[in-house]
Ligand binder design. Sequence first.
Ligand code: HEC
Ligand code: HEC
Length: 277
Amino acid sequence: MGHCTVMAITHLLWRQGRIGLGWAWLLGMCITMPLQAQQRIIPLDKLQSGIAFTGPEILALQGDDFANPALPALDKGAKLWKQVAGKSDKSCQSCHGELTSSMKGVATRYPAIDKESGQLFNLEDRIRQCRQKQQKASEWPLESDELLAMTLHVTSASHGMPIQVSIEGKAKPHFEAGQKIFMTRQGQMNLACTQCHDQRYGIKLFTDRLSQGQPNAYPAYRIEWQRLASLERRLRFCYTGVKAEIPAWGHMDMRDITLYLMWRAQGLNIEVPSVRK
Ligand code: HEC
Ligand code: HEC
């Protein structure tokens, strides 16, 4: 039963004098429960980017304007932005103009509902769609160097800006699905995302310090993989960590979790180009 139905019935019973205020109040408690599920578990003033947990070497590397290993990919993205391609004979820039103005803040509000299809798109989906439908150029597969470089480039126009996604309308069921995954135990280790990233952040797990599992630094350069990796790839690694079955590449579950992660990170700034262990 939805909480609105509970509220309506409670109100009716109370008005008809069939239940006293005490009961109405108790039933009313049920109403507030689903709302509480939408309250932050980690309060705004406690939100921390993953970089706060990586240790001094990674911090120094990320802050280095020459040695940051994500920089070549960022350059590649900038080149691709200006490169004419496809049947449209246009570059991203031909239609959108300068990245710093046209794409400012865009990465802070994805995943978002695509108006045309009604589907939830993450930023990669959005870029791929534009590449194929608008630019009429060859597809960029998920996790390809081109797609990662362009996603990083587009995200860089939101560097330092706070995350702010919409979970209203058609986005709502996706948010709820993502939240459910985050809270549900899974895999042979029977662990939920929340148990590591809400309840145990700051604690050392093997050699790593557990972070809050924030999405604000992606695509990030991962030293272990010697390459740029999407958030989806990082999430797949967490699935492997708890020995759970990994959804297929591009699965809606990953977009749903991403929407939940971005909502959970609201107020945290986008931080690219980033480096992770
Ligand atoms: C057994 C503990 C554990 C569980 C459960 C777990 N993770 Fe992780 N997660 C890690 C570790 C370890 C890392 C790498 C170090 C870090 O950032 O915490 C990580 C990294 C991440 C990151 C990258 C953070 C950054 O700043 O680079 C995200 C996002 C993330 N996890 C999300 C999730 C989600 C979503 C789930 C559930 C599907 C999940 N994790 C389940 C241990 C876990
Ligand atoms: C022929 C013109 C054209 C080209 C070329 C083009 N785009 Fe677009 N782009 C659009 C239009 C029109 C929209 C908005 C309508 C829509 O959602 O499809 C858009 C929307 C977007 C958005 C979403 C912006 C938002 O506010 O949510 C992104 C991101 C984007 N484009 C990136 C790119 C990238 C990256 C390239 C190059 C690979 C590119 N576009 C090439 C016309 C173009």
